[in-house]
Ligand binder design. Structure first.
Ligand code: BT5
Length: 226
């Protein structure tokens, strides 16, 4: 893959739409980095903010699984996966992933996998950076190369082994979690992740299959789960 380095853009996911599959767009700073549901992603200098442009060949969640595993392996396995798109260290967010499709008319043209990793920057509240974890600065170019290499390597594995690896690193499985989704907020045991990337939650009202949302450990509802 060709790595294209730039100094500043609004969002590498937005800029990536102009590039061919097989390109990696990295920006030292993003002026309007984006998270899921239009949330803001803080992207100061010193962090690793990049997007990988790919041909649409898989289910979207599979790209997020591959990216999570690629980052986790590159940083020396010091973090855990938090379904669906985070890497956390001791409960603080180290990395977020935003996988999007770019279509024109009715045709899906590209998949864009955006990865935001706090490296040598000071992470915002609730986040943590690799520098803070390791106690020293990290070579960001080397780290990016390693993540991209891992991404390519993991992409070649069978989907069943990718999902198995993802489940193994997903620390919330087997624990009680609160999941807040567009459909509502649910409390229950995170019993598994199915092959479609859904979180299977065992609530006291039955099993829920969650396709999106934010899950946190423990009970954090004002009222009993739906
Ligand atoms: C994500 O969204 O975690 C996806 C983040 C993807 C960022 C990358 S950077 C390269 C590419 N270009 C982009 O414009 N985006 C992608 P979500 O799960 O919705 O989490 C967003 C929430 O994380 C925010 O509402 C904050 O609470 C928190 N947050 C924002 N910036 C952060 C940071 N630098 N470190 C840790 N947490 C952060």
């Amino acid at each position: 893959m060709h790595i294209h380095n730039i100094r500043k853009t609004d969002s590498t996911n937005r800029l990536a739409r102009k590039y061919k599959p097989g390109t990696v767009i990295r920006s030292a700073i993003q002026s309007s980095g984006v998270g899921r549901f239009g949330r803001k992603w803080v992207s100061d200098s010193g962090g690793l903010w990049f997007s990988i442009v790919l041909k649409p060949e898989r289910k979207l969640c599979e790209y997020t699984f591959i990216a999570s595993l690629a980052v986790l392996d590159a940083i020396g396995k010091k973090a855990e996966i938090k379904w669906p798109n985070d890497l956390v260290y001791k409960g603080e967010k180290l990395c977020g992933i935003l996988t999007e499709i770019h279509s024109s008319g009715n045709t899906v043209k590209k998949v864009i996998v955006g990865i935001g990793l706090n490296v040598n920057n000071d992470a915002p509240s609730g986040g943590v950076s690799l520098k803070e974890i390791m106690g020293h600065e990290i070579n960001i170019d080397e780290l990016l190369r390693k993540i991209v290499e891992n991404f390519i390597k993991i992409s070649k594995l069978s989907i069943s082994s990718i999902i198995a690896m993802y489940r193994k690193k997903c620390s919330m499985l087997g624990k009680m979690v609160t999941a807040s989704t567009l459909e509502g907020t649910f409390y229950g045991k995170a019993a598994g992740i199915d092959d479609e990337g859904n979180l299977i939650l065992e609530t006291n009202k039955g099993v829920k299959k969650l396709t999106e949302g934010d899950a946190t450990l423990g009970y954090s509802l004002p009222h009993q789960a739906h």
